[in-house]
Design a protein around this ligand. Sequence first.
Ligand code: ATR
Length: 279
Amino acid sequence: MKKVFGLLGSPVGHSMSPVMHKTAYKRMNLEATYEAFDVAPDQLENAVKGIRALGISGCNVTIPHKVEVMKYLDEIDEEARQIGAVNTIVNVDGYLKGFNTDGRGYIQSLLTVAQNLLDQSILVIGAGGAARAVIAALAAHQPHKIVIANRTEEKAQTLADMFSDTKTSVQASTISKVEEQLEDFSIIINTTSVGMSPHVSDQPISLENLAAGSIVSDLIYNPLETTLLKEAKEKKAHTLNGVGMFVQQGALSIEHWTGHYPDVLPMQEVVLDQLNKSK
Ligand code: ATR
């Protein structure tokens, strides 16, 4: 019987997940479909009950439901608990378990440009949900240090405090301080929405003191090259946009659902196609 997977979010009209997942299923010869469901916040509990009632095999969860959805599930995986959000639900005979593939998806994407993470000094800009997922996954790889800088400074401190038990030092700083000390960092990651379309000329941090050869990574994929990445490239840094993370988190969801890790290349191609079409 054809399996059904889906996305719970709002809005979901522009989501590239359906076309990306369907492309993967076709390559895997998996008889399955993927539909995006626009779920209002007051309908989330019913939507989750619907997963069980309709026998939907698995769902992705996106904004604004990643945190709220946790209370309606039967079990939360340890990593998702640490991240404090779920983006993947697996349905096994009506028992719903929540996972988070964002952090690991990001690491897999980062490792396409970084040799290893052990010796790296990493700057994370932003202190929201995306930053938390990325930092949790980074900390598991025990880099040399992680520094968080955010517009609202207290939030950077609160997030750093959540990782006080990890082997890696996770500290909070301010945007202006890290701008001055930018040459100390080998990897710089923007997790904020600053620079996202339509505000494409905005930039979360000045790269004036960037060390040549460092990696500058933006979770944004629309535009594919943010102003931050453009400047980083001019300064001879390696750059990474958010497409890889988006594709990898989807691939890891498919692995949770089917036990098989799909070929990510056709998934990436179809996402890039969509992005180029919407330009
Ligand atoms: P997400 O789940 O995508 O991380 P979020 O939890 O709302 O979304 O977090 C958004 C992050 O982007 C925060 O770090 C936010 O900074 P504040 O904590 O100061 O709000 C950051 N952010 C969003 N818009 C910003 C802007 N215009 N300038 C600087 N930082 C911004």
